[in-house]
Design a protein. Structure first.
Lengths: 312, 346
């Protein structure tokens, strides 16, 4: 990934809070990262860490309470013009986690896939709309005659493909995939991951790939950010992160990946991350670039420790 | 491993009647479960793995019937039990189950303590304060600290992992002999998953349990299973010790399952994926059920259903590839040196 390219999406010091003053809950706290055009950016964390909230802020479902989200250099959070809003709705699309819950049970696939077309003011004729639907379905590996069926007639993997077709028909540049495969069987996971990778190659898409499982993200991502309790703790290129994980939480996540190898599994020690292990009472942690492209959240003594790991 | 059989399934067949059409969910399964072992049953959704264990507890849906075979447990044939009353002696007391989704398997209107005590009062005959003390100690056992106070809380005050611990506590509270875990970690995060699997392993030793794990993810069971049974289309296609199935898999379906694990994926290359869809169980299946999706299928696979061939005394597989007359077919490269692949990867 060359450094010179302008980022497609930039998130600066993003903060999202829920609730009113008395019961305020900070879901995302000062998160910054940028996504280059054409790359896949993995966002990994446990449930409740705020990873989905970040995705939803980018697509403007959750209002932000601080910071900036820039898309192609243009601010897209907060009040924006109507034209920009319409433009962004088309350019940024989302794929949801549970294909059983995210499709309208009462609508036919034809309508589900083309619903976005009705709303983006492209004024297509019926014939053009049909063609678009056909193309989207074929692109995700479904037959065009499936358009006249209802979602319940499909298996989980096929439903997820319908969800992807629904996103693709808008011809987006940027897709937020929120745990697109965690509700699927292992054998189907491979199919959906391959499809996403293939579509990216063919259409030059950019992905924000949200997941809780590092092993899945590794296969598809160029860079990975690890988030814990609303704060990014580490960000690096995929192989860098796997070769030299620095933050203890990243290491705990790596150790939690189940290995398909009984001998290795039986010798494995379980690593549990305890946030208490950091002594941040005096020295507050900072988000710091410890080697080119590798960021970690740490305070001064920890940084020295991490540098030693990198050298040794 | 101790070879005392605790539960024995012979030639089991289960059929479902769906609006007049007959679905053949279990197609002749024979299986011995040994005392104190942990057996993992692995397969895709729709392969019949959940249906199989539901027959052990009399939990088949009303339209499902056992049409053939027997399930022997403690001298009784469970497949002959009819009334709820007969089942109550087995369910919970002898065989208990942990379900997939901890969000839905607890009653949201009752406190955690009440729900654990309920099981204890029913099955151990303890009352009042005694039952409460027993519940607290079981909750401590499953790793819920400060159990005395947390007993008064409701399920919504617990996180997903903690709720699954409560469900496990309820299952164990009945002091069962066999614990069935139906996808115990599918709804949980990876970090929590590792903790729950460790907990189940510890409990198994502590309470002297025989455990059955059901999962679709072969990666998860490497750590917990002594034996693995791979199911496809209502049939066990391969069964063997954990190491045998991982390091020397023989059935093409097991190969396919192993190869499609994302842990083995290489960036920039396609992950292996199984082509096609599982067979339609409404129709009679000729030959090997996996043959249409198997790129290495032999001609005979489409004609005649393969018998079990023994690989070792503990390992057998249902594929014609093991017949002495079959041509030599090697497993895919990626899983041939699984141990090296994995250690090179992480």
């Amino acid at each position: 990934m060359s450094e010179k390219k302008a980022p497609l999406l930039e998130v600066k010091d993003l903060t999202v809070t829920f609730g009113t003053r008395k019961q305020k809950f900070v879901a995302v706290d000062g998160v910054s990262f940028s996504i280059q055009e054409g790359e896949t950016f993995g966002l990994v964390g446990e449930s409740g860490s705020g990873k989905t909230t970040i995705g939803r802020s980018i697509i403007r479902i959750n209002p932000t309470s601080g910071g900036e989200i820039l898309y192609k250099g243009q601010k897209i959070n907060g009040p924006i013009s109507r034209e920009l809003d319409r433009e962004l709705t088309r350019r940024i699309q989302m794929i949801f986690q549970d294909p059983m819950a995210s499709l309208n049970e009462r609508a036919k696939v034809d309508y589900i896939v083309s619903e976005g077309l009705y709303n983006c003011g492209r004024h297509l004729s019926e014939k053009e709309r049909r063609e678009e639907v056909d193309r989207a379905l074929t692109d995700v590996g479904l037959l065009s005659e499936f358009a006249s069926r209802f979602p319940h007639e499909f298996s989980g993997g096929q439903r997820q493909r319908i969800g992807i077709a629904r996103a693709l028909i808008m011809q987006p540049d940027f897709i937020i995939a929120d745990e697109p495969i965690s509700a699927l069987d292992v054998s189907i996971r491979a199919q959906v991951l391959n499809l996403l990778a293939e579509l990216q190659k063919k259409r030059g898409l950019t992905y924000l790939f949200i997941a809780h499982d590092l092993s899945v993200v590794r296969f598809i991502s160029d860079r990975i950010a690890v988030i814990h309790k609303g704060v990014l703790v580490e960000l690096a290129e995929t192989e860098q992160l796997f070769a030299r994980p620095l933050h203890p939480y990243t290491r705990a996540l790596l150790f939690a990946i189940p290995l398909p190898d009984p001998a290795a599994e039986k010798n494995k020690q379980l690593l549990v991350y305890d946030p208490e292990m950091h002594d941040y009472s005096v020295d507050k942690p900072v988000w710091c670039e410890i080697e080119p492209g590798h960021f970690v959240l740490a305070n001064e003594p920890e940084l020295q420790e991490y540098r030693k790991i990198l050298e040794g | 491993m101790e070879q005392e059989v605790i539960l024995s399934v012979k030639d089991l067949e289960v059929k479902f009647n769906l609006r007049g059409r007959i679905l053949h969910a279990i197609r002749g399964i024979s299986l011995d479960l040994y005392k104190r072992e942990s057996l993992a049953i692995v397969g895709e959704s729709g392969s019949g793995k959940s249906v199989l264990v539901k027959t052990f507890m009399g939990l088949l849906d009303a339209n499902g019937t056992i049409t053939n075979g027997e399930i022997l447990y403690d001298g009784k044939d469970l497949s002959k039990l009819k009334s709820e009353k007969e089942w109550l002696g087995v369910r919970g007391k002898e065989i208990a189950m942990v379900l997939q989704d901890p969000m839905t398997s607890l009653n949201p209107l009752k406190t955690i303590g009440y729900q654990v005590c309920e099981a204890i009062e029913l099955h151990q005959g303890l009352k009042g304060a005694e039952a409460k003390a027993a519940a607290a100690s079981i909750l401590e056992d499953v790793g819920i600290s400060d159990a005395q106070n947390r007993m008064h809380q409701y399920p919504h005050e617990f996180s997903g992992g903690m709720r699954q611990r409560v469900v496990i506590a309820i299952a164990v509270a009945c002091k069962p002999k066999i614990l069935i875990c139906d996808e115990p970690t599918t709804a949980l995060d990876v970090t929590i998953q590792a903790q729950i699997l460790k907990l189940l392993k510890d409990l198994k030793d502590k309470y002297d349990l025989t455990t059955i794990y059901i999962t679709h993810d072969l990666g998860v069971v490497a750590n917990v299973a002594d034996r693995i049974a791979v199911m496809y289309a209502g049939d066990i296609v391969e069964i063997g010790k954990c190491e045998e199935v991982f390091y020397n898999p023989r059935h093409p379906y097991t190969w396919a399952l192993l190869s499609s694990l994302p842990q083995l994926g290489v960036k920039g290359e396609n992950l292996y994926s199984i082509k096609g869809a599982p067979p339609n169980l409404f129709t009679h299946i000729e030959g090997d059920a996996f043959a249409p999706r198997n790129p290495r299928a032999l001609k005979i696979d489409f004609v005649k259903r393969p018998p079990y061939f023994d690989v070792s005394p503990t390992h057998k597989a249902r594929t014609w590839l093991l017949d002495p007359r079959a041509p030599r077919v090697d497993p895919p490269k990626i899983i041939r040196n699984l141990h090296r692949e994995v250690s090179g990867h992480v």
